[in-house]
Design a protein around this ligand. Sequence first.
Ligand code: GLC
Ligand code: CA
Length: 520
Amino acid sequence: MPAWLKDTVFYEIYPQSFNDTNGDGIGDFQGIIEKLDYIKSLGASALWINPCFDSPFKDAGYDVRDYRKVAPRYGTNEDLYRLFDEAHKRGIRVLLDLVPGHTSEEHEWFRASGQELPEERGGYSDRFIWSDFWIRGMQGHPYIGGECPRNGVYMLNFFKCQPALNYGFLHPTENWQMPIDAPAAVATRDAMADVCLFWLSHGADGFRVDMANSLVKDDDENKSGTCEVWRYIFAKVRPQYPDCAFVSEWNGPEQSLNNAGFDMDFYLDWMGNGYNSLVRDYEAHPDGQTDDSYFRAAGNGDIRRFLDEYLPRYEATKGRGYISMLTCNHDTPRLAPRLSVRELKLYDAFLLTMPGVPFIYYGDEIGMRYIAGQKTVEGGYTRTGSRTPMQWDGTKNLGFSDADPEKLYIPVDSDKNAPTVEAQEKDPESLLSTVRALTALRRTHEDLQADGSFKVMIADKYQPFVYRRGSLTAAVNVKTEARTAKTALPAEQQVLYSIGDVSVEDGKIIMGPQSFAVIG
Ligand code: GLC
Ligand code: CA
């Protein structure tokens, strides 16, 4: 793992919605450049930018038409190189979003591969997964027929617009399937490694990898074929750029970190998993909503539901890579307004004092709300409500853009109390000020960073959750009543940082309602 990750906090930018500087209603690279000082002030020292490549945008850019060219709506390649430069001047690294599992149906590789005659296909006959007859299915895999002159159907990886690239099958059973070491499947790996090398050579610092576990088809439960593909790609890329970082959308750190060789793996919202129990354990019923999330004051309050899943994964991967927890991302509903500002503060305090490398989704630092019922944009569907424009200040379009409001990519939050950066900067008690204080705390104490040891001290339903990070102790009381943690801390230990009232008496941690502290 590159050493720079250990004290890094990431900031995810959905470029469409961050900052528009030319009044066309959509964010751009110049807009990101102008906000780098803000990002730095937040205590983030690395960015993940969602796909910003040439695309028909049927899935917000996850349908790439040209891996080596940025989408004109964001600027030019040179603008992106300038962004790398300006970020680096401020000590900020930049990860791009690599989409290795599929392209857009408009990618030239795909167009070539769909031609009727092999000699018309420019060497891309097997860049995608085609069956050998126009009306033959694909053994349960999603596929499309009838779109191209080629006598076959092709496999999809996600939406209809996203044909699956061919990395082969772990155990081919049909003659149109090839093994993962077939020359054409290896050529796909090489092409993806070349895409990485291209952007790294221009100043990118690494990649967030989309659907990283999806490459080899009919893979085994350990994803051993897909892991082998990643080891091959990393072996081509890492020797030339030893400091570059890769984070996977995989949600299986034992595989992605220990076997595939990723540096970080996202801990994602999978129904009923540990992360879900922290902040996303809710269900809508006809007569209201139940919410058992740990960080809801009214929730189930049992941190063990998280720890039972997290701890074995953490222990199994410690020292091999990092589990990345997030505030949210572009695919999931934001936590606000379901969680109150105080609940968000406690969750952020936890997130920023856990091992691994944390990610903050743009706007979460001010508690931007999930906008339910938002009309779908670019294949967003229910995700669109988490992709609304960043809320900078009280000016037109909340400072996002000078365009007419109806020309915006997605409308801004119309609530008259919509939070903004400007309003929260003035308020020392705001969520933004709290996030800044927490990132500063993490920066000051190596024990709180990615590699600091982690040990659970108290985890039950009736006491605050207490954990050790190196020589420090962190404690959180999510409930609205005061609670005492029956620890045995040395008498001289002091509260270094707190949210709410916390004191240490006779080695016990006395915690006010909805409070958090780091003690040392
Ligand atoms: C990932 C992305 C999501 C996209 C999908 C297909 O899950 O995060 O936004 O739609 O992959 O590329
Ligand atoms: Ca713009």
